[in-house]
Design a protein around this ligand. Structure first.
Ligand code: M6R
Length: 359
């Protein structure tokens, strides 16, 4: 029940610190050991390559997952949109392992790929919020998000839940392989920092509402830009704004703008820059200069340690692999408040259903 909340989407945004804590409780023991089936970890670690298959927001959680799996386990990882994989699968490695990310566990495009994977007789894992869902039943293994029901059509807490669980899984896999980066990654501690950071961000929602009113309430289009892990966040942030506020939004690799898309920048076009990745921060900042010179209104969402004077939204400092978990919160709130500004039913955007059970 949404109780005192006007909409489920806001309730679900606010629940995200609790989702992090639930995952810690379910998957990490007091002594720091990770409670994931050894057989699953062994099967994953035997893979030559991981294939993450998903749709929509879950696909975007997969993009971040690729960073986590590659950096903590050294296993090459590909991320695929399920509807594309279905009719044009890539050339597979000799020992593939498939990871399906799906909030509902019922998405037809993902089910279709899993049916094919089962025919090929390859091992699979479904990460889902719904126990006994079709994708859970049909995969070799399941890990649950324990995020509580997600009612709003726009997915919020499932995205952050999926990323956090991928982090826990990647840590367990890498640790088992003796990879130093994984052994040193204290995932329970880091996710606790994330939960606290999320709480600070949702508590600061009034500021985000003001930015939405000021910058997004009447705009025709908008851009989210970033590089590396910040590009992954930009893509999810753009989907959020599109689906609930109907603002045409692109999530774009900031370095790629100048190769054509920058032609779309006009006076007052909102460009929201995500800056959490140390290696690329200054490059994204120089890309914002290019759009500023063409009249764009730039909003910066930056991690505290990378922030400079004038940045509007500052994110508490967390482990560099977990910054998407914080950066997405103001983006979800921007989408929510923009939708309200425009007078839409934010929980039930036009043309969309909560789970897409048709191909
Ligand atoms: O239930 P799933 O995670 O498989 O759903 C995938 C997409 O349909 C879903 O993420 C959709 O894009 C949402 N509307 C995003 O907010």
């Amino acid at each position: 029940e949404k109780g005192a909340y006007p909409y489920y989407m806001l309730k679900e945004i606010d629940e995200q610190p609790g989702v992090m804590r639930n995952l810690i409780e379910h998957y990490i023991a007091e002594d720091g050991s990770i409670k994931i089936d050894e057989k699953l970890l062994a099967a994953l670690n035997q893979a030559q390559r991981l294939y993450i298959v998903a749709a929509g927001t879950s696909y975007h959680a997969g993009l971040v997952g690729k960073e986590l799996f590659e950096r903590l386990t050294n296993i090459p990882t590909e991320v695929h949109v399920a509807s594309e994989f279905a009719y044009n699968p890539p050339l597979l490695a000799e020992h593939p392992f498939f990871i399906f990310l799906t909030q509902s566990g019922e998405t037809a495009d993902s089910r279709q790929v899993l049916a094919q994977v089962n025919e090929w007789d390859y091992p699979s894992l479904t990460i889902t919020n719904v126990a006994n869902s079709t994708l859970s039943r049909e995969a070799t293994h399941t890990l649950l998000l324990y995020a509580g029901p997600e009612i709003a059509v726009a997915s919020t807490k499932a995205y952050t839940g999926q990323i956090a669980l991928e982090a826990i899984l990647a840590k367990a896999m890498g640790q088992k392989k003796g990879i130093k980066k994984a052994t040193e990654f204290d995932v329970a501690k880091e996710l606790t920092f994330v939960a606290n950071g999320m709480q600070a961000l949702v508590d600061g929602k009034a500021q985000i509402e003001e930015i939405a009113k000021d910058v997004l309430a009447t705009t025709r289009n908008a851009f989210y830009i970033g590089r590396s892990i910040d590009y992954d966040i930009a893509q999810e942030a753009a989907l959020k704004l599109k689906e609930v506020s109907y603002v045409q939004t692109e999530g774009f690799a900031s370095g790629e703008l100048k190769h054509g898309t920058i032609a779309l920048i006009e006076k007052d076009t909102p460009v929201i820059a995500i800056i959490t990745d140390e290696k690329t921060a200054k490059h994204t900042r120089s890309n914002t200069q290019e759009v500023l010179a063409r009249g764009a209104r730039v909003i910066y969402i930056a991690s505290r340690q990378l922030a400079t004077a004038g940045d509007q939204i500052i994110l508490p400092e967390v482990h560099p692999l977990l910054t998407p978990l914080l950066a997405i919160i103001p983006c979800q709130l921007l989408a929510y408040y923009t939708s309200l500004q425009r007078g839409y039913d934010v929980d039930k955007p036009r043309n969309l259903a909560k789970s897409v059970t048709v191909e």
